[in-house]
Design a protein around this ligand. Structure first.
Ligand SMILES: *[C@@H]1O[C@H](CO)[C@@H](O)[C@H](O)[C@H]1NC(C)=O
Ligand SMILES: *[C@@H]1O[C@H](CO)[C@@H](O)[C@H](O)[C@H]1NC(C)=O
Ligand SMILES: *[C@@H]1O[C@H](CO)[C@@H](O)[C@H](O)[C@H]1NC(C)=O
Ligand SMILES: *[C@@H]1O[C@H](CO)[C@@H](O)[C@H](O)[C@H]1NC(C)=O
Ligand SMILES: *[C@@H]1O[C@H](CO)[C@@H](O)[C@H](O)[C@H]1NC(C)=O
Ligand SMILES: *[C@@H]1O[C@H](CO)[C@@H](O)[C@H](O)[C@H]1NC(C)=O
Ligand SMILES: *[C@@H]1O[C@H](CO)[C@@H](O)[C@H](O)[C@H]1NC(C)=O
Ligand SMILES: *[C@@H]1O[C@H](CO)[C@@H](O)[C@H](O)[C@H]1NC(C)=O
Length: 438
């Protein structure tokens, strides 16, 4: 965080030099290129310094939970933003001179930013579909049928004061702080099997407390301080165009998550380091670990940010066209099972149930908007974009946006016997970077 003003100034200087001494630009490019590769030097310092970001989230408050239980479509009201300061850091583990690559991991630490968030009082509560309930049900459905019958209706007993498939909780609790989960086997002996499973195979969404049998459920706590990777990234010493390219994730250049090698190939940048002198390329590629896949953002236009010219790239609908996404479908019994356009099932990627999309189902199959009411996709609010200073590759601003959804389905347990069925939004978050942060 403290190094941030320094790199800001560095980029602004480079930026203004490039802009004001245009006819010298080939000379400038020469020096820029010499100082850019990720070996010692200024750029390496910036690359390896902590980067401040924001994580800005909106929770979908369900205003008619009882009616949803009886088959009505959910009515949602977006609540937020709830903003967290994020410090994104890299830890260099090794350098591979041969491949011109750095091996590193990353971590992010989050703290609530009350100033930028909506005023949240102790009494403000939102109602959301319980991700642990849907997760546990989907685990039970993979077991023999009587497991679902026997245990399916007991799961809410894990949550003190909650009796249905919904949770009514403080918004900060469901995001990071945690909603209490309590294995009260004295009161509910029928929880025994579920609690033993929880103890031996804790879900990534559950944080253990000091008390045995007490956990805290949240969407993002597990990402706070957790080491991601390792990644390998190109240093750009041999070929400057490859600077910042991620070439492997968790030791694999080709993952084993999707159907084809092409879709499994790790490629693109981490959205933070970009190669210089991208002369308005048609598109840029970024590797998104939340989705275990690379995404392309298309050139949109030139924009000016505090007097610095930048190229704006944005994720467009074509990312989700069926002809581009077949290899991300699941194969069940030799049959390709594709979700509606715009949805990604992350179970194989993150080992937890979840279906990701753009916020408000932007760029997705319009039929998804006929389920939950209260969604208004709007590119200017919901698109993922990045603005890059072309000569240095410095990102001037950017925002990566993801919505977490769960599939609600009728099943032969009491609580799910009458529910309306569909893809149910829970929360959406923007990961925001701005060079001109106050
Ligand atoms: C969520 O919706 C309920 C029902 O409409 C409402 O009572 C509650 O105040 C809302 N929560 C917030 C934080 O706005
Ligand atoms: C993240 O973890 C740190 C250290 O463990 C803690 O101080 C901080 O409150 C956590 N952030 C959130 C948003 O829970
Ligand atoms: C549950 O409700 C009871 C009584 O209303 C209250 O004393 C208790 O603190 C609540 N528990 C939680 C975890 O909110
Ligand atoms: C440098 O990398 C770019 C992008 O991957 C590639 O198109 C180009 O052929 C490479 N140049 C050399 C000299 O290898
Ligand atoms: C956008 O900026 C790039 C790099 O500075 C420049 O080459 C290009 O001509 C600009 N395009 C437009 C439409 O202004
Ligand atoms: C994919 O489909 C879209 C429309 O559904 C079409 O416009 C586009 O040309 C197709 N792309 C390819 C590579 O076939
Ligand atoms: C999209 O959002 C912008 C910014 O809030 C607003 O000005 C615009 O009217 C919205 N567009 C539509 C179609 O609602
Ligand atoms: C589901 O609907 C049936 C028929 O209307 C009703 O008897 C039953 O009580 C409902 N179940 C729940 C859990 O509300």
């Amino acid at each position: 965080m403290h190094l941030y003003p320094i790199c800001g100034i560095f980029w602004i200087i480079v930026g203004s030099v490039v802009i004001h001494i245009n006819f010298f630009s080939s000379v400038v490019s020469y020096f820029v290129i010499r100082s850019l590769p990720l070996v010692d030097g200024e750029m390496y310092k910036i690359w390896s310094s902590p980067i401040p970001l924001y994580l800005s989230c909106y929770v979908f408050n369900v205003t008619n939970p009882d009616e949803v239980m009886q088959g009505q479509n959910p009515k949602l009201v977006e609540y937020g933003p709830i903003v967290y300061d994020e410090i994104y850091e890299k830890q260099v583990m090794d350098v591979d001179e041969e491949l011109d690559e750095i091996v590193h991991t990353t971590t992010s630490k989050y703290t609530l930013n009350k100033k930028l968030s909506v005023p949240i009082s102790r009494h403000d509560k939102v109602t959301v579909l319980n991700p642990a309930y849907i997760g546990a049900i989907s685990m039970l459905t993979s077991l023999p049928p009587d497991f679902l019958k026997k245990y399916g209706d007991h799961i809410p007993k894990l949550f003190p004061n909650q009796s249905s498939i919904f949770l009514t909780v403080r918004p900060t609790d469901i995001l990071f702080d945690g909603v209490k989960v309590s294995c009260n086997e004295k009161k509910y002996p029928e929880l025994k099997m579920i609690c033993e499973t929880l103890d031996s195979y804790p879900s990534p969404a559950f944080r253990r407390s000091e008390k045995p049998g007490v956990y805290y459920l949240s969407m993002f706590q597990r990402t706070n301080g957790t080491i991601r990777g390792p990644f390998t990234v190109n240093r750009g010493l041999r070929n400057i165009s490859r600077l910042g390219d991620i070439t492997s994730y968790k030791g694999r250049r080709i993952q084993t998550v999707w159907n084809t090698d092409d879709c499994n190939t790790v490629k693109g940048t981490d959205t933070i380091t970009w190669a210089p002198l991208i002369r308005a390329e048609r598109f840029v590629t970024m590797f998104t670990i939340e989705l275990c896949r690379s995404l392309e953002a298309d050139y949109v236009k030139n924009v000016s940010s505090h007097g610095i010219n930048g190229l704006k790239y944005a994720g467009k609908a074509k990312i989700w066209y069926p002809n581009n996404t077949k290899c991300f479908c699941q194969i069940e019994k030799d049959v390709l099972q594709c979700l509606p356009q715009g949805l990604v099932d992350i179970y194989d990627c993150q080992k937890m149930p979840g279906i990701l999309s753009e916020p408000h189902f932007l760029h997705a199959d319009p039929s998804l908007l006929t389920y939950a009411e209260g969604l208004y996709p709007n590119e200017s609010l919901h698109e993922t974009y990045i603005v890059i200073e072309p000569y240095t590759g410095a990102p001037l601003s950017g925002s990566k946006k993801i919505q977490v959804n769960l599939k609600l389905e009728k099943l032969p347990v009491k609580l799910l016997s009458n529910v309306s069925e569909g893809y149910f939004p829970i929360v959406w978050c923007a990961n925001v970077r701005s060079l001109f942060r106050n």
